[in-house]
Design a protein around this ligand. Structure first.
Ligand code: SF4
Ligand code: SF4
Length: 333
């Protein structure tokens, strides 16, 4: 994608079919079995410990009983969320309650583990980390899950050529996957100091050109490869000042430095709750609007108004994919 500096986003909006949904994005804990060099220790050192299963179920039931939403979508991150010993039990509980479940994982658990929970998942985002991921294992995990849930694979694009090449090669291997439903694959630019103060990684020219030219593809059941995204998971549209619009791809916006939404009106807190590894509830990963309570707080009150954005970098895809607009545009939101 070529960046036109005079063309800038003015709104991000969900499609009608997504309905009145709340997305509960839950960092279950901060323990991980990997130590990626581009990850902060905060994301893997495990100092949060484990939450108790009964406490989590009590909170889940409270959200479902008290919110006025058509759909409850729980998505889990970590650390590596599936390391929590009761994660499979929680998935089956939520599935029985009619909730949707999404999961971001490094895919390292055994094939039998994935077979056990594959029926409960609506989508799975598998990150391929070239410093440590085993290509054959991840390939088999993708094949198990892609026949039951929507699978996307995030190829982490390391700046070092050895690891860059490994991610590119794994992408080529995925293009040859058979016996699979759709697989969406993204080449993901890394961020420096991932988290609240993250900034786009500075790549070599040839790497930037690659990421601009070939940043995603979809593998179809017919083994055809198309250069587009299935619009059925997170169907958001980015609207631009020149009257154009396009399917919202957060990584494109990050890569093009188009995630400065300062002073925009953002629906975090209404359409999104973010629960951190300590059980504290925030409106979004960006922490705008501050801490609004704890999952075990008996007097918990959820937000009723949107948030005015006060920062100049929207840090993660989950936050980017929440309804928001620049004041003066789309004020009918
Ligand atoms: S797998 Fe993810 S959470 Fe774990 S160390 Fe790597 S980037 Fe961090
Ligand atoms: S940083 Fe937070 S408040 Fe600002 S646009 Fe992103 S999600 Fe919304």
């Amino acid at each position: 994608m070529t960046l036109d500096k005079d063309r800038f986003p003015i709104a991000i909006k969900p499609s009608e079919k997504m309905g009145n949904m709340i997305h509960i994005s839950w960092m279950l804990h901060n323990q991980c079995n990997k130590r990626c060099s581009y990850c902060r220790e905060f994301n893997w050192n495990g100092d949060s410990g484990w939450l108790k299963y009964d406490q989590i179920i009590t909170f889940v039931d409270k959200v479902i009983n008290h919110s006025q939403k058509d759909l409850y979508h729980f998505s889990f991150t970590g650390g590596e969320p599936v390391l929590w010993p009761q994660f499979d039990q929680l998935c089956h509980y939520l599935k029985n309650k009619g909730c949707e479940i999404g999961l971001t994982t490094n895919g390292s658990k055994s094939i039998s583990y994935w077979e056990n929970i594959s029926d409960t998942l609506n989508w799975t985002c598998i990150s391929f980390h070239p410093e440590s991921s085993n290509e054959d294992h991840i390939f088999n995990v993708v094949k198990v899950l892609a026949n039951k849930s929507r699978v996307s694979v995030r190829l982490m694009m390391h700046k070092e050529k050895e690891f860059w090449d490994k991610s590119v090669a794994f992408g080529e291997k995925l293009k040859m996957a058979d016996d699979c439903s759709f697989i969406f694959v993204e080449y993901v630019p890394l961020q420096n100091d991932f988290g609240l103060h993250s900034r786009p990684m500075v790549y070599e020219n040839w790497q930037r050109e690659f990421l601009e030219k070939e940043n995603h593809f979809t593998v179809l059941p017919t083994k055809d490869v198309i250069n587009t995204h299935r619009r059925d998971v997170w169907d958001y549209t980015t609207y631009f000042n020149d009257g154009t619009s396009e399917f919202c791809r957060p990584n494109d916006l990050v890569a093009n430095n188009q995630v400065n939404f300062k002073n925009w009106i953002c629906h975090i807190g209404l359409d999104l709750l973010f629960i951190n590894h300590r059980g504290e509830i925030l409106k979004g990963a960006c922490k705008q609007g501050g801490n609004i309570g704890h999952i075990f707080d008996p007097n918990l009150k959820l937000p009723t108004k949107p948030q005015t954005c006060g920062v100049n970098f929207c840090p993660c895809a989950t936050d980017i994919l929440i309804k928001k607009h620049r004041p003066g545009y789309f004020d009918e939101f």
